[in-house]
Write a protein that binds this ligand. Structure first.
Ligand code: UT7
Length: 332
């Protein structure tokens, strides 16, 4: 980052997951699978599921309020709310506006950002620019997902993987030398078909036929996404680390997207990081898309694994295809 820009960091965190737990044993009653298959292939034991009444904004509000409290900030002091989600309450208005109203952020601009599982990293990159340039002082980034609403609970290829949850962070100016040191973002739309919800958009609006054909659910080529993920997680992390003028040995803590243990292990190996430097919570929550990284980050900070001065790497990949990573010197 150029020195003319203000240093920006994370000054508050919060996360929230719905109450209902769906275990692998619950899934065994619904589809042809086993706990052993799911645990060995993914590392997931259970995931959370939003109730019929709960939408992404409800989860996001809970996480947002915790992040504001952690930062010691009132909702009225927010200048901008940025929400990363692929499961918005509705096509429009933006889920960010619904959260803005619910928390009483009467002075904030609000918009959504769609980059699937990389959404939180993308939103950090976008939100931090507003603070770095001096346009805004207090930015709230929320990642909120209710994947359970777009998963086909009869499809064993996908329903075992995903869960619901939300994470939020406050971005503010921090001391010189702290906060975000580098970002790397990327995309490859050639892989758009690998992971998508085929219908319900302008390409294929909702009809009785699209509903009958189950085209409003997630479809995924798991093997291809797996290969992409194994390659890109390490690659983008290394790019960010180098862009920050550091080497992998300088990394104190690594918070990766929580999609699959085997993908996380491959990335950690590429960076030569020991297991005690890598946060993993996918056993409890599965893949919460954009919410995975902020929920993991919040837990890692609360457990004391991340402390002031630590060099922290966040990394995600997902539908699009998209990927993103960033390096921070922890400021709090
Ligand atoms: O945020 C991005 C979201 N997506 C991802 O990160 C997905 C990345 N991909 C993966 O994590 C893995 O590819 C999966 C976990 C989805 C699948 O693991 P895999 O080791 O690639 O298994 P596979 O798809 O090659 O399937 C192996 C076998 C197949 O049976 P056959 O054809 O060998 O007889 C599947 O039908 O396992 C079968 N299978 C299952 N068996 C029991 C697939 N799903 C299940 C299941 N339970 N839930």
């Amino acid at each position: 980052m150029e020195s003319a820009l203000r240093p920006v960091g994370i000054t508050g965190l919060g996360s929230w997951v719905p109450e209902e737990t769906v275990s692998n044993f619950d899934l065994m009653k619904m589809i042809d699978t086993t706990d052993e298959w799911i645990v060995t292939r993914t590392g997931i034991s259970e995931r959370r599921k939003a109730s019929e009444q709960e939408a992404a904004s409800d989860l996001g509000v809970q996480a947002a309020q915790k992040a504001l409290e952690d930062a010691g900030l009132k909702a009225e002091e927010l200048d901008l709310i940025l929400v990363a989600t692929i499961t918005p309450d509705m096509f429009f208005p933006a889920t960010a506006c619904l959260i803005q109203h619910e928390i009483g952020a009467v002075n904030a601009a609000a918009f959504d950002l769609s980059a699937a599982c990389s959404g939180f990293i993308y939103a950090l990159a976008v939100g931090s620019q507003f603070v770095a340039t001096g346009m805004y002082r207090n930015v709230l980034v929320v990642a909120a997902e209710t994947l359970s609403k777009i998963v086909d609970w009869r499809d064993r290829n996908t329903c075992i993987l995903f869960g619901d949850g939300a994470g939020a962070v406050v971005l503010q100016p921090v001391e010189e030398g702290y906060g975000f040191l580098a970002f790397d973002l990327g995309s490859d739309g050639a892989g758009a078909d690998l992971l998508k919800v085929p219908a319900g958009g302008s390409r294929k609006p909702a009809t009785l036929e699209t509903v009958r054909n189950n085209e409003h659910y997630i479809t995924m080529n798991g093997n291809e996404v797996f290969k992409f993920a194994v390659k890109i997680m390490g690659e983008t992390s290394l790019k960010s680390i180098r862009c920050a003028g550091l080497s992998p040995e300088a990394v104190d803590y690594f918070v990766p997207h929580q999609a699959n243990n085997r993908i996380i292990d491959a990335a950690a190996k590429r960076l030569n990081l020991s297991a005690d430097k890598v946060y993993v919570n996918l056993d409890k929550y599965g893949n919460m898309s954009s919410a995975s990284v902020p929920v993991a980050l919040d837990e890692a900070v609360r457990k004391g694994f991340i402390k002031k001065e630590h060099i922290v790497v966040l990394v995600g990949f997902g539908a699009g295809l998209t990927w993103g990573s960033c390096v921070l010197k922890w400021a709090k």
